[in-house]
Write a protein that binds this ligand. Structure first.
Ligand SMILES: [Zn+2]
Length: 459
């Protein structure tokens, strides 16, 4: 068995790994290069004739976005993914195809029809058997990774009995909406991500309280509260917390009565067709939610589709709301993509509302260098949006605690919890310093295990 990294050997995008078993290959993920790696060719430059299946850990575009190029290169093998990832995948790909390839609706539908034909949805914790042309059996099992809906780490048992695990992206522990990742019992070779292999996140417990405090302060002067957010994962976590804040304020009396009234009259506008579609899938797959989220359902609440949450699908409605907010300055929370303020419907809101001093922008995600989100974090006097100079009189807040990624503590906990093995760990999907930092910690918790820093290997 050999593992070849076709992407995310170093860096955090373009995830694509191959398990070579004699003369056959299995691909794990086929992601798009983004950010600093965006200049790399998207064409599939490695041979694919021997690739017998594609396995997807989750539907983030840096793990699935090169699927159109893989199919264009001639791949027609089965695509294994969890049921929820299989449901989300067409939505994510259609959005990606429109943005990156400028395909129209019917071209997108044609493409997603082909993907749906190849997809083999597998429930969590069930084993699928893949028969190789020489009769060898590969057992495939998806285990919850707690990163986004449907996300999994993949356990493979190869024909010779060797046990290989690909972590995909692992989520943090103790988030209220999705279940925690559980460490596998036994591993031979572990391929693990290291996005935050050298960092610690702020505790998750405080994020809802912090969000409530910022929104409450913002409500005092009216105006819009803009929450730029990724459509998958971040948006649903935000809606989940906002619903809980609203629900918590219900029984408040006396001096806090005003605050409770404000919260209960505040519209929460979800203005993103992709995020609306994804949120519907989160609701469909509520059986995958964590205990706390299920308890809220049992008590009659609707954490992702509450009364005050208004969804905006049509572009004409979106433009009308932007205009209305600009003219009236009515208070409202607006959740829209993109998370780093690089394209998407949030751009029209920013252009219209940044000059208004009553506007608040809350940045809840990582803002990469060179993005508008990163510029806004320094509270500049003005920014450039769609080739126009826009004054920034709005207040910009930055908060953390919403990362969908495990930090160093979580990654080490995941590995330390493995009862048997691994004999080898390959660290991928992170910059060199993150990979090195994680390698040091993992070598300490698993003495005797060979720890390979993929970024230091030759390509
Ligand atoms: Zn991801």
């Amino acid at each position: 068995m050999q593992i070849i990294h076709h992407g995310a050997r170093t860096g955090v995008t373009g995830s694509c790994h191959e398990v070579r078993i004699s003369t056959y290959g299995l691909l794990v993920d086929c992601g798009l290069f983004q950010g600093e790696e965006a200049g790399r060719t998207l064409n599939i430059e490695f041979p694919i004739e021997h690739i017998k299946a594609l396995l997807l850990t989750h539907c983030h575009i840096d793990h699935v976005g090169r699927l159109p190029w893989l199919l264009a290169a001639g791949f027609r093998g089965p695509i294994y993914a969890t049921e929820a990832t299989s449901a989300l995948l067409p939505l994510m790909l259609e959005d990606g195809l429109k943005i990156h390839l400028g395909l129209d609706k019917s071209q997108c539908e044609q493409f997603t029809r082909l993907v749906k034909l190849l997809l083999k949805p597998i429930p969590f914790d069930c084993r699928a058997q893949l028969v190789l042309p020489d009769g060898g059996l590969v057992s495939i099992c998806f285990r919850p990774a707690g990163h986004i809906l449907g996300s999994a780490y993949i356990e493979l048992v190869l024909p010779d009995g060797e046990n290989v695990i690909f972590s995909g992206d692992l989520g943090p522990y103790s988030t209220p909406l999705l279940v925690d990742p559980q460490s596998p019992k036994q591993v031979g070779t572990l391929v693990i991500e290291s996005t935050y292999g050298g960092k610690y996140h702020q505790p998750i417990d405080y994020r809802e309280q912090q969000l409530a405090e910022i929104i409450e302060r913002s409500m005092n002067d009216g105006g819009a509260i803009l929450l730029p957010a990724f459509s998958v994962g971040r948006t649903q976590e935000l809606l989940f917390d906002i619903e809980n804040i609203i629900s918590r304020t219900l029984p408040l009396k006396s001096r806090k009565e005003d605050a409770a009234t404000n919260w209960h009259q505040l519209p929460v506008i979800l203005d993103s067709p992709l995020a609306i579609g994804i949120t519907e899938q989160y609701i469909t797959f509520q059986r995958l939610w964590a205990k706390e989220a299920k308890q809220r359902l049992l008590s009659g609440r609707h954490p992702l589709s509450f009364k005050q949450c208004i969804t905006v699908n049509q572009h004409s409605d979106h433009l009308a709301i932007v205009n209305r907010m600009k003219v009236t300055g009515e208070p409202a929370i607006i959740v829209a993509a993109s998370g780093m303020c690089e394209g998407g419907r949030i751009m029209n809101y920013l252009e219209a509302l940044l000059p208004d001093s009553r506007t608040d922008v809350i940045l809840v995600g990582y803002q990469a260098k060179g993005t508008l989100g990163r510029s806004l974090q320094s509270q500049p006097d003005s920014v450039e949006i769609q080739n126009k100079n826009i004054k920034v009189n709005a207040t910009v807040h930055t908060m953390s605690g919403y990362s969908a990624h495990a930090d160093q503590f979580d990654l080490v906990k995941f590995v330390a919890g493995i009862e048997q093995g691994p004999q080898q760990i390959r660290i991928v999907h992170g910059d060199l310093s993150s990979q090195r930092a994680l390698a040091k910690k993992l070598a300490a918790v698993k003495p005797g295990c060979e720890v390979i820093i993929a970024a230091e290997e030759g390509s």
